[in-house]
Design a protein around this ligand. Structure first.
Ligand code: DQA
Length: 146
């Protein structure tokens, strides 16, 4: 199967950005682990990090043409603001899992609302970088079951 992993704004700074909240693992390390995990099982996986909303939207549109089976997305701050990315995911109707490194429910009230959770297959938050690996594992299982 083919997977697309999307990382929203400021996640390029992982490793140095508020490590108490987000951990010491870099985005490159997260991506490399996911690539290994996917390749080991014979799957394809592509990754994009962007600080720009339209780039994430364009990538989601392209995913439909490419026949991407499943999306794993950490929309980062766009989680709490972006009707546009929500609409893009609805438009392509590709199933997705929402991931957050931090436990957003332990944080400021404005992080408690997500524009994605009610349309996601599932949500993983607060488990740090491990959340991405768990999301990929769950996505693979779901596709195998269907
Ligand atoms: C985040 C949580 C968001 O509230 C925040 O804006 C981020 C990262 C997380 O992974 O914990 O940038 O999505």
């Amino acid at each position: 199967a083919s997977f697309l992993v999307l990382h929203g704004p400021n996640l390029n700074l992982l490793g140095s950005r508020e490590p108490g909240l987000y951990g010491a693992v870099t985005l490159e390390q997260i991506n490399n682990r996911l690539l290994e995990q996917a390749q080991r099982d014979g799957h394809q996986l592509q990754v994009l990090q962007s600080n720009a909303e339209y780039q994430l939207i364009d990538r989601i549109h392209a995913a439909r043409d490419e026949g991407i089976d499943f999306i794993i997305i950490n929309p980062a701050a766009f989680t709490h603001t972006s009707v546009a990315i929500r609409d893009a995911l609805l438009a392509v109707s590709i199933p997705f899992i929402e991931v957050h490194l931090s436990n957003v429910y332990r944080r400021e009230a404005f992080r408690h609302h997500s524009y994605f959770s009610d349309i996601a297959e599932g949500v993983i938050c607060g488990l740090g970088a491990e959340g991405y690996a768990l999301a990929l594992q769950a996505a693979v299982r779901r596709l195998e079951q269907n």
